[in-house]
Every structure is written in C-alpha cells, then in structure tokens.
Design a protein around this ligand. Structure first.
Ligand code: ADP
Length: 270
C-alpha cells in the first residue's frame, strides 16, 4: 500500500509561470471507512474552466469541498502554488491548522445549488458583507465593488431588494456577485442551476459564460447540464467512484468517449 502520509515527496510550493492555479496531488478523502476520493490528481490552470460530471455519489461535490475547509487524509492540495491542505513548518509540510485553512478559504469563492444568501440583507448588503467583515474594506470601497459586480450580473436595479423578493435566477446571480466580491482566485460552482426553473437557467448560464469568456476566471463547476458543460468548458472530467475515469476537451469527451463507464453515463443522461 502506498504511504499516504509521507509528505516529504510533495514540494513545499509549486513554482514557475506554468504552475497550475489549483493542484490536487494524490488526494484521498475518507469519511470513516468510506473512501470518497481515492488518490485524486487534478491540475487546473489559471483561467481554465473545468467541468466535473459523473453519477451521483461519485465524489464531485467532495472535490469542491476539499478546497473549502475540509481536511484530507492523504496527498496535498495547492492553490496558486501554495499548499492549502498543509502548511510549511521548518522546511516541511505539516497538516494545516484551522487558521491556515480559514486563510486559504478566502482565496476560494463558492456558489451552491441553494443560493444561501443572507435573508435579512439586501442584494447589495449580501455583496458588501464579506469584503467589509472579512477583508476589512471600507463601506465605501465595498459598496463600489458590490455595485460593479451587481451591474455585471445584471442585478443593479434590484440592489435594494431582499432575497425573498427575488426569483431563483436573480438570487443565484446575486450569489455569484457575492462570491466574486471577495476577489477569489478560484470560483467553485456546485450545481448552480439545479434548483432553478427552466426558464431562468439561461440568465445564470449567461453570467457564467461572461466570467469565462470575458474575465477568464479560473472556474471548477459541478453540473448535470451536459449541453452547458460541453459548450463552455475547456476541459471536462468524468468522475466515477472517487476518481477521474476519463477527462478531455468537451468535443472529445462528449462525442467520442473512450471508457465504457463514460459511454454508459453519457448515453443515460442524454
Ligand atoms: P456527488 O457530488 O458526486 O454526488 P459527493 O461528493 O456528494 O458525490 O459524495 C460522495 C460520497 O461521499 C457519497 O457516497 C456520499 O454519501 C459521501 N459523503 C459526502 N459527504 C459526506 C459526509 N459528510 N459524511 C459521510 N459521507 C459523506
């Protein structure tokens, strides 16, 4: 069995202009006896849009959650060259403490299926809260940043509304603006269109398309919308049983899948 705890074989930092923005190196995640990620290796380049697809329970959401606060049981995760799951102590990597995890978490923006906006705050308030409370921006600076982002997602006219008075699509657009207000290095999108009525899905996918095409944000997206993933991604990873079973450019993966499990999955969801 490979030694999952031997940290000496992982670099302290990833250097060089071509280093990935996100790197999972041999990452293992277990819940009790259940192995959810099994030695996952995944690099995401700066400005790359990677979609994660696969059957329910294959570990897609877990990949994103590992970039948030959770501890892993093997391997190392790097963000922008620096270890996130670990930290450097005396020239060695050691598991991250909570403070290091929290600091790392500030580099990552995440949007969920259920928007999780603060219900007692307006759209503008939702977008100002993190920058003021966590980043220490002045109210004025946070307001300007929030207004620019609400404009970008087409929600500036609704800045003074509370979430309860917004449609699902509108709430999700505010949630995206709120995540971006923290100027994350990486944006994680977890099934952001799954809870939406079909007629408002387009307004959210259009915002994501803009982030990809105009802003070249680094994005990792879990989705069941194969057409959208095919259309927008630089790369698609098909997950099966906590591993990447197959990955490639969407044109290859969707039209010419090589592995039987990928073929089965794609024909079942079509
Ligand atoms: P997917 O997003 O592909 O549907 P998940 O990443 O949510 O899959 O889950 C992968 C596996 O991990 C599932 O078997 C799920 O039940 C399990 N799992 C996820 N979170 C937890 C948890 N907090 N405790 C125990 N098991 C979990």
């Amino acid at each position: 069995m490979k030694d999952l705890h031997d940290l000496s074989r992982y670099p302290l930092r990833l250097e060089g202009p071509d280093r990935p923005m996100v790197s999972f190196r041999n990452v293992t995640k277990r819940y009790g006896d259940l192995v959810v990620l099994d030695g996952l290796n995944l690099d995401v380049a700066e400005g790359e849009m990677v979609s994660i697809i696969g059957p329910s329970g294959s570990g897609k959401t877990t990949v994103l959650r590992m970039l948030m606060l959770e501890r892993i049981q093997g391997g190392v995760i790097y963000v922008d060259g620096a270890p996130l799951s670990h930290m450097e102590r005396g020239g060695k990597l050691v598991p991250a403490n909570s403070r290091h995890l929290r600091a790392g978490r500030e580099q990552i923006g995440m949007c969920f299926q259920h928007f999780n906006l603060f219900p007692h705050m307006t759209a503008l308030g939702n977008c100002m809260e993190g920058p003021v409370q966590v980043l220490g921006l002045s109210k004025q600076a946070a307001r300007e940043r929030a207004e620019d982002l609400l404009e970008m997602v087409g929600m500036i006219d609704k800045r003074d509304e509370h979430p309860a008075r917004l449609s699902g699509g509108q709430q999700q657009r505010v949630a995206i603006a709120r995540a971006l207000a923290m100027r994350p290095k990486v944006l994680l999108l977890d099934e952001v269109t799954s809870a939406l009525d079909p007629e408002v899905i387009g307004e959210v996918t259009e915002v994501i398309r803009k982030l990809v095409q105009k802003y070249r944000l680094t994005i990792m997206m879990v989705t069941h919308q194969m057409g959208f993933a095919a259309d927008i991604s630089d790369r698609v990873c098909f997950f099966y049983d906590g591993r990447i079973e197959e990955e490639g450019a969407p044109a290859d993966l969707f039209s010419n899948p090589q592995k039987e499990r990928t073929q089965q999955f794609l024909s079942a969801v079509k």
